[in-house]
Design a binder for this molecule. Structure first.
Ligand code: ATP
Length: 618
């Protein structure tokens, strides 16, 4: 109903830079969808995870029931002790009933401990499985998904939302189930003890339930709003931390802090509103439950005086009523949690349900073996999903023979990187076709396509592990010898051996402890170890000193040997060495040929070359 709009975020407090109105609208639409979950049905998604652990589930259910029965039996013991334990003066009788009560208490203790163990264990296992499932799924998603959902948002779903679900399966669900059973058991026993008084209690139930549900709904909505605000703050913080040097270089720390604290304060306000609503709800529930019970007890006291009921029965009724009321109160308390978890689960579901737009066809066509390494673009037109009006490639044709080295050159925004992205099949073209060894990439399994390609990205793309781990990332199961050989071929052995722990040295976040040239050589080693027939090289634009330049060039020569190579060229040496230079502009090929021919022609290449390679080109 009106809930949809209630949770929609107000102004865009993160002020996403350059994201564009379309993107912002899509993100907002995503949040609007999230706010709709009013029911707890998203939690059904947990059932298959629970079903994986049948034994634990069976034990949890058994001890749940056993502990409830023990608790309820305690009231029977109290009745017997009151009616007989005190009435008969023999101390043997007293002992008997008290021993019975102790026996029930021990059974209750054991059952409760076992229930806690199995329910919590089950919850933890379910959450662990869910965590792995989300991560596995997210790794399959393509850039189109991350256009709609920022990385920070995905991380917040993987952490905050899972933590909420963890609270549910680890404790709230157990509390709800236990108290639900307790409530049913207590009502049944109350009926048996005194139908008249029970009717009085039951009349009270709807009176208690009504405000409970109204408040519960409000609390859940407010929780979702608080989570949204928090996700925004985390998303913004993540972005600035990733680009901390930019923030610091521009001296924008205060601006960033201002924006972050603004988001945090909004989250705080949302959380406080939720806490207020929840406190109010708790108060209402207690007043209604205990007030009502007091009235019923007053009637019961009169029944004992007139002899319609024994003292023990009234004691039992009293304890049962308190148990039942406590159970209702507890359910009311955790119902908010259950609903919050339903909201969290819905957000997790959104990730689990999103399918990458690039997928393997039902029966993918195998790429031929042995691989030839031929690449073909035929009349390819493509616009990024975030910029549908702007064709990054339009009518782009390129035919790369096996073993050929083609240098892609062109002004910024010409579409050079886009060629790589289509080849890696991060996207499918809007028109035309891209093929490797004669197989249309849309007919092939993306995993197989990518196994034919080795990428050396401009920013190297290293991870925080050791040098050896980073090189090994290129190919699963590569031997230590392979890794070291690749490092040697990529001219990386020297500097790696000189590190404190040699190849085992951890490189810091994204390999930042290395120099630009060293990072590139490591990235080349990683591509070499992959041993793929096609090499995609996005040359770094950053200037290297002469020695590093030479080493990187030597590493590249090694990498290009016997492979088809597509290189986005920023260095004269690469351009001179290429079999062919393809000059791109506005998503099209405008010129191609060798350096000398193109330079002599006086076209776009000649202009670019004199600008980019400076006097060296001349
Ligand atoms: P550069 O040398 O600056 O890296 P490039 O030749 O590699 O440029 P591309 O990155 O292929 O150019 O970009 C081609 C066009 O597509 C540009 O107009 C760019 O703004 C646009 N573009 C690139 N990536 C995206 C994206 N993820 N979403 C929307 N538009 C994009």
């Amino acid at each position: 109903m009106s809930d949809t709009t209630a949770d929609a975020p107000s102004a865009d407090i993160t002020g996403r830079p350059g994201a564009g109105a379309v993107l912002a609208a899509e993100i907002d639409a995503g949040k609007g969808r999230r706010g709709k979950s009013r029911d707890v049905r998203p939690l059904r998604r947990l059932l298959p995870f629970i079903a994986q652990y049948k034994t634990d589930t069976a034990f949890a259910a058994f001890f749940l029931i056993l502990s409830t029965i023990s608790t309820l039996s305690l009231t029977g013991a109290a009745r017997l002790v009151t009616d007989h334990g005190f009435a008969k003066s023999s101390s043997a009788e007293i002992n008997k009933y008290f021993l019975l009560a102790i026996g029930v208490a021990i059974a209750l203790a054991v059952a409760s401990a076992m229930r806690f163990y199995f329910v919590t264990k089950l919850g933890q296992r379910v959450v662990a499985a869910l965590r792995t499932e989300i991560y596995t799924h997210v790794l399959k998603l393509d850039p189109t998904f991350f256009l709609k959902t920022r990385t920070g948002e995905v991380l917040s779903r993987m952490t905050t939302d899972i933590a909420i679900v963890e609270t549910l399966v680890g404790s709230s669900a157990s509390i709800a189930l236990r108290n639900g059973l307790m409530m049913i058991g207590a009502i049944t026993l109350l009926m048996i003890t005194s139908p008249k008084l029970t009717l009085g209690v039951l009349v009270l139930v709807p009176v208690v339930m009504a405000p409970l549900f109204l408040f519960g709904r409000r609390v859940r909505k407010l929780s979702a709003a608080a989570q949204d605000r928090f996700a925004e703050a985390v998303g913004f913080a993540g972005e600035t931390l990733e680009q901390l040097d930019t923030v610091q270089a521009f001296g924008r720390e205060r601006f960033a802090v201002g924006k972050f604290s603004g988001a945090v304060n909004l989250a705080l306000t949302a959380a406080l509103t939720r806490v207020k609503a929840r406190s109010l709800m708790t108060g209402f529930v207690i007043v209604f439950v205990f007030g009502g019970v007091a009235v019923v007890m007053w009637l019961g006291a009169h029944d004992v005086v007139t002899g319609a009921m024994s003292g023990g029965a009234l004691v039992q009724f009293l304890i049962l009523s308190v148990m039942g009321a406590t159970a209702v109160g507890a359910i009311g308390e955790v119902w908010g949690d259950v609903q919050t978890a339903a909201g969290a689960m819905q957000r997790i579901d959104e990730i689990l349900d999103s399918q990458p737009s690039v997928r393997a066809p039902p029966s993918p066509k195998a790429l031929p073996t042995p691989a030839r390494g031929e690449v073909r673009f035929e009349g390819v037109t493509f616009a990024y999903p975030g910029r549908p009006d702007l064709a990054a490639l339009s009518g782009f044709d390129l035919n790369v023979r096996s073993g050929e080295t083609v240098a892609l050159v062109g002004p910024s925004g010409a579409g050079k990187s886009t060629v790589f992205k289509l080849l890696l099949r991060f996207y499918d073209p809007d028109a035309g076709l891209v093929s490797i060894d004669g197989v249309d990439l849309r007919d092939a399994d993306p995993v197989e396509v990518r196994s034919r390609l080795a990428l050396v990205a401009q920013d190297a793309g290293l991870f925080s592990g050791s040098a050896l781990e980073n090189i090994g990332f290129g190919r699963e199961g590569a031997s230590d010898v392979d890794l070291r050989a690749a490092a040697a071929a990529a001219q990386a052995q020297g500097f790696l051996e000189a590190l404190p722990q040699g190849f085992e040295t951890t490189l810091g976040d994204r390999g930042r402890s290395l120099s630009g040239g060293q990072r590139q050589r490591l990235a080349i080693a990683r591509a070499l170890v992959r041993d793929a027939p096609i090499l995609l090289l996005d040359e770094a634009t950053s200037a290297l000193d002469a020695e590093n330049e030479q080493l990187v060039q030597r590493a590249l020569n090694e990498a290009m040997k016997g492979r088809t190579t597509l290189v986005i060229a920023h260095r004269l040496a690469t351009v001179l060495k290429a079999d062919r230079i393809v000059v791109m502009d506005g998503g099209k090929v405008v010129e191609q040929g060798k350096h000398d021919e193109l330079a002599a022609r006086g076209g776009l290449y000649a202009r670019l070359a004199s600008l980019q390679f400076g006097e060296r080109a001349a």
